[in-house]
Design a protein around this ligand. Structure first.
Ligand SMILES: [Zn+2]
Length: 60
């Protein structure tokens, strides 16, 4: 089961401008400058927190 279909149905615009978009940008920006996340996000406490936030916002 996934929530992706709902997010995609809402449109890419709302997906990026909403809380999930903010969480996603934060995760992307962090992983780009974090060696641990480049290797494996699960090894980084900050990366895990960002992924968790992203998943929670995805549930809406
Ligand atoms: Zn990290």
């Amino acid at each position: 089961m996934t929530d992706r279909t709902g997010a995609e149905a809402a449109g890419a615009g709302s997906y990026r401008s909403g809380p999930q978009g903010v969480a996603m940008r934060a995760l992307v920006e962090h992983t780009q400058m974090c060696e641990q996340c480049t290797d494996d996000v699960q090894q980084c406490a900050t990366g895990r927190a960002l992924v968790r936030t992203l998943r929670e916002t995805a549930r809406g």
